[in-house]
Design a protein around this ligand. Structure first.
Ligand code: FAD
Length: 114
């Protein structure tokens, strides 16, 4: 089947979503709970970075906690990761903004927009 035939015979499916970046999260740990992945730095899905950063976090958190006091491990993890992940989320947001549909039709699918 040719590309033209696929377009002619196919169905047009458009989907909107309301996902948002988490550019900065002030608290990464409290008591015995430490957060990693999207919980502390969710990037735009279209940036294609979230899964890699979550995996990096898992390795980073494990090595920060290895043999360390838990609080010291959490602090070390945040210290080594925060700058990098926030930079990547910001870069992802810039890159993704060019992929975001604009105009009235797009607004009606992905409210709120301005
Ligand atoms: C539409 C879309 C497309 C994406 N495309 C890409 C891509 O191309 N490349 C890329 O790298 N990233 C992509 N991402 C981002 C990527 O999926 C996330 O960054 C990544 O999954 C984050 O991993 P995580 O482990 O931090 O969180 P999650 O994968 O969200 O894992 C959290 C888990 O915790 C569970 N959970 C939540 N609350 C509770 C609870 N109370 N008790 C027990 N379990 C709970 C959830 O069910 C979930 O399984 C995309 C995201 C979306 C939404």
């Amino acid at each position: 089947m040719t590309g033209a035939a696929l377009i002619r015979d196919g169905e047009l499916e458009l989907a909107g979503d309301n996902t948002y970046d988490l550019p900065t999260v002030p608290i990464w740990h409290r008591g015995r709970i430490g957060l990693i992945g999207d919980a502390v730095h969710a990037p735009a899905p279209s940036s294609g970075q979230g899964a890699s950063m979550a995996l990096e976090d898992a390795v980073g958190m494990a090595s920060s906690l290895a043999g360390a006091d838990t609080q010291a491990g959490f602090r070390a993890f945040e210290q080594t990761r925060r700058q990098r992940v926030e930079k990547i989320v910001a870069m992802g947001a810039r890159a993704s903004s060019s992929k975001t549909p604009r105009g009235r039709a797009a607004c009606s699918m992905t409210p709120p927009c301005g």
